[in-house]
Design a protein around this ligand. Structure first.
Ligand code: NAD
Length: 537
């Protein structure tokens, strides 16, 4: 395939040109698409995918049948048996090669992401960036997580115990469309490092980015069969993965996550679930208002708000509300929207008609019930079929849909607060607990406040990127926003089983040398008292 070609290679037409007519075709060379889809185990017809940038056909994606999914698991299991016997160094070295490849080929990766998802180039760049960070972190820290560890035995010196980390086997990864490259890969990298194989089911809209990711893995030196990709409708192929995998890693909506968890419970396999959010941003009275306004724009409108950790609720201290909102609205109004592949756009398109319908419904409902639109509030079909302006609402009340339901679009509601305890309570309101952001110049006070917020990540003086890009820190949701964590040690250990191996020397854990059970009990009792006195754990 032409994976090594420069970014504009596979593109037919001129979408890199900022003056490019958005209604023109953004086609990919058929051979290029065929080389990517050739990686699929899929023999059951094909489905057309269109680019959200202009609604034009982009690719035909072959679909996986039940038998294809069986075959994908068969290949993955065979590859995993050999892979799990390779050294940690071998696996880590492949991750570090992947790091370099992703940076080298970022332009081509970003083109694919933009074409499939419609996002702005600057937001697409976050994806290769996050994968490079993930590959480097796990490549460099592999031994720290996965080496067998000696732990203390019941009798110091007499019982030698080590804890091994054994790969789960084949991990099923079900991923969404919003970050099609990073969500396809970021969980799988630690899964491979731990000695697993992967069967991936990316979202139907964004298969090419995920297939390109699979090609990159092979180019980095991972065995081809170790990473299988299957395609098809989520409600069919998703459960097929749940029925066959040894562990499921799911990213998507809370509703689907609950279904996935039920399937995993039925088979008694583990799962991690990265789900939705209704994330709060707090601007305290001592915030740097310029920084807060700049951060709020990224917080609310990155990837047109289709980001699990983006902000849809904003609580601003009374004392600074007017001055902050003036800055935030002005910055939002200055944003440029466009359907080109250059770096010039501040925001791109929504992914689909369904996503646009949700955004329109949430805003129209709020306005009909008395909310005020400070800026935005309109679809922009002149730019592309699913464009919607970045929108700031005021006066949102609990009866409005967007008060508590995730919009997953470029819409944020602003609220005033006069009491910080009340702001924290309102930030914690609702079912979600994914990400929060606090703007304040008083670090210790903001960190103390963070502990009171029921979210898996809290970013101080940053929207979401500080935690997301800090790979050593676990990332995931509390409450209905998820189960388990990606990143950090937890992000790799979830893909392992622990195995404890104890070797008993000299004595045994039972009466010896004709000792009666009663004497044994007395000796053991005395031993335990002694061990506690000696300060042993
Ligand atoms: P979704 O739940 O509809 O789909 C996610 C994935 O699940 C897709 O691959 C889909 O095909 C598949 N799927 C659909 N039905 C399934 C079923 N019955 N069984 C198994 N798999 C099935 O979510 P979406 O609308 O594509 O994505 C947006 C949602 O994802 C938002 O709620 C967003 O907050 C969340 N999300 C969370 C994170 C995170 O890290 N917490 C990241 C990205 C997106």
């Amino acid at each position: 395939m032409s994976a090594q070609t420069p970014s504009s290679g596979p593109l037919v037409g001129g979408p890199h040109d900022p003056e490019h007519d958005p209604t023109a075709s953004y086609a990919l060379e058929p051979e290029y698409v065929a080389a990517l889809t050739d990686r699929l185990v899929a023999t059951s017809g094909s489905v057309e995918v269109r680019s959200p940038l202009n609604g034009q056909p982009l690719a035909h994606i072959p679909q996986s049948s039940e038998a294809d999914i069986d075959e994908a698991f068969r290949r993955a299991r065979a590859a995993q048996a050999a892979w799990s016997r390779t050294s940690i160094d071998t696996r880590a070295a492949a991750l570090l090669r992947l790091h370099d490849l992703v940076l080298d080929r970022q332009s081509e990766i970003i083109d694919l992401i933009c074409l499939e998802s419609g996002k702005a180039r600057k937001h697409a760049f976050d994806e290769p960036l996050h994968i490079a960070l993930t590959a480097r972190y796990y490549g460099r820290t592999a031994h720290q997580h996965l080496d067998s560890k000696r732990v203390r035995g019941v009798f110091p010196a007499l019982t030698r115990v080590e804890v091994n980390r054994i790969a789960k086997g084949v991990v099923g990864i079900i991923s969404p469309w919003n970050y099609p490259f990073t969500m396809a890969l970021c969980d799988g990298l630690p899964a491979l490092l731990a000695g697993n194989a992967v069967v991936a089911k990316p979202d139907a809209q964004t298969m090419l980015s995920a297939l390109y990711a699979a090609q990159l893995l092979e180019d980095a030196g991972f065995p081809r069969d170790l990473w299988q990709v299957v395609s098809g409708p989520g409600p069919e192929v998703g459960p097929a993965l749940v029925a066959r995998a040894d562990y499921i890693c799911f990213t998507g909506s809370t509703a689907t996550g609950r279904t996935v968890a039920q399937g995993c419970a039925e088979r008694l396999i583990g799962c991690s679930l990265e789900l939705g959010g209704k994330n709060p941003l707090l601007v305290l009275r001592d915030a740097d208002l310029e920084k807060a306004a700049e951060g709020a724009v990224r917080a609310a409108f990155s990837n047109a708000g289709q980001l699990c950790v983006s902000m849809e609720r904003m609580f601003v201290a009374d004392q600074v509300y007017d001055r902050f909102m003036e800055r935030f609205v002005a910055r939002t109004q200055a944003m440029t929207l466009g359907a080109t592949l250059d770096w010039g756009n501040d925001m791109g398109s929504l992914i689909s008609q369904a996503q646009l319908d949700t955004v329109v419904a949430h805003v129209d409902d709020a306005v009909a019930q008395g909310a005020r639109v400070l800026t935005g509030g309109r679809a922009r079909p002149d730019l592309g079929p699913f464009f919607y302006e970045p929108t700031i609402l005021e006066g949102v009340t609990p009866s409005m849909t967007c008060f508590g339901k995730e919009t997953f679009g470029p819409v944020i509601a602003a609220y005033r607060f006069s009491d910080e305890a009340d702001a924290i309570a309102r930030a914690n309101d609702g079912e979600y607990g994914l990400n929060a952001s606090i703007y304040s110049q008083d670090g210790p006070r903001a960190r103390a406040m963070a502990r009171l917020i029921s979210c898996g990540t809290v970013n101080i003086n940053e929207a979401f990127a500080a935690t997301f890009a800090s790979l050593e820190a676990p990332m995931g949701g509390m409450r209905q926003s998820g189960v388990g964590r990606r990143q950090g040690s937890e992000g790799v250990l979830r893909f392992t089983e622990t195995q404890s191996v104890a070797t008993q020397r000299a004595t045994r854990l039972a009466p010896s040398l004709g000792m009666s059970d009663a004497t044994y009990a007395k000796v053991m009792t005395a031993n335990l008292r002694l061990l506690k006195k000696l300060g042993r754990a």
